[in-house]
Design a protein. Structure first.
Length: 176
């Protein structure tokens, strides 16, 4: 493995760990909030007004930001029926076109997500009474993390240093 590929793999692993640790904390918090809300509602007959909203926002963060972890491991769904029948050079060209389109989408997601979060800063959530910027920030944060992982995985694919690089482009995982 080349020195650059080793550095890219280390950066990718570091990004994954920096993502997974807060996601696990968010998941544990969501479970605790939902359990507490259930207990308060059905045992104490005193529902917590903000619990559902907090759990919803945490779920959004977990789902969106967690997508960068699945992207690193190539676990997003893809359809390969046509791709697998193409000659290797055409397949590589197609993989690069798809990778460029995904990168473009993630860039737009990040930029427009940031603009939406800035607009949302003037709004307040109904139950938690926090700026809507915080829930909306999940979109640009997820976009930036996915874009970083996507660029790293695409570079590794081009260098032939990605596990299964010949048959696994950074455009998805499970074959359909």
């Amino acid at each position: 493995m080349s020195r650059l590929a080793h550095s890219l793999n280390r950066l990718s692993r570091w990004l994954e760990m920096a993502t997974v640790i807060p996601l696990v904390a968010a998941g544990a918090t969501m479970v605790a909030v939902v359990l507490a809300a259930t207990f308060y509602r059905y045992v104490l007959n005193a529902p917590i007004s903000w619990s559902e909203e907090l759990a919803r926002y945490l779920m959004i963060w977990i789902g969106l930001v967690g997508a960068s972890v699945t992207l690193r491991h190539g676990e997003h769904i893809r359809i390969t029926a046509i791709r697998d029948r193409l000659p290797a050079p055409v397949r590589l060209l197609g993989d690069l076109v798809v990778a460029a389109l995904i990168g473009w989408f993630l860039w737009i997601m990040t930029v427009e997500g940031w603009a939406a979060a800035e607009r949302g800063a003037r709004q307040v959530s109904p139950a938690l009474r926090v700026s809507m910027m915080w829930p909306l920030l999940a979109v640009p944060v997820a976009g930036a993390l996915m874009l970083a992982q996507h660029v790293i995985q695409t570079l590794l694919m081009l260098m032939g240093e990605r596990a299964g690089a010949a048959q696994e482009p950074p455009t998805g995982g499970g074959t359909i």
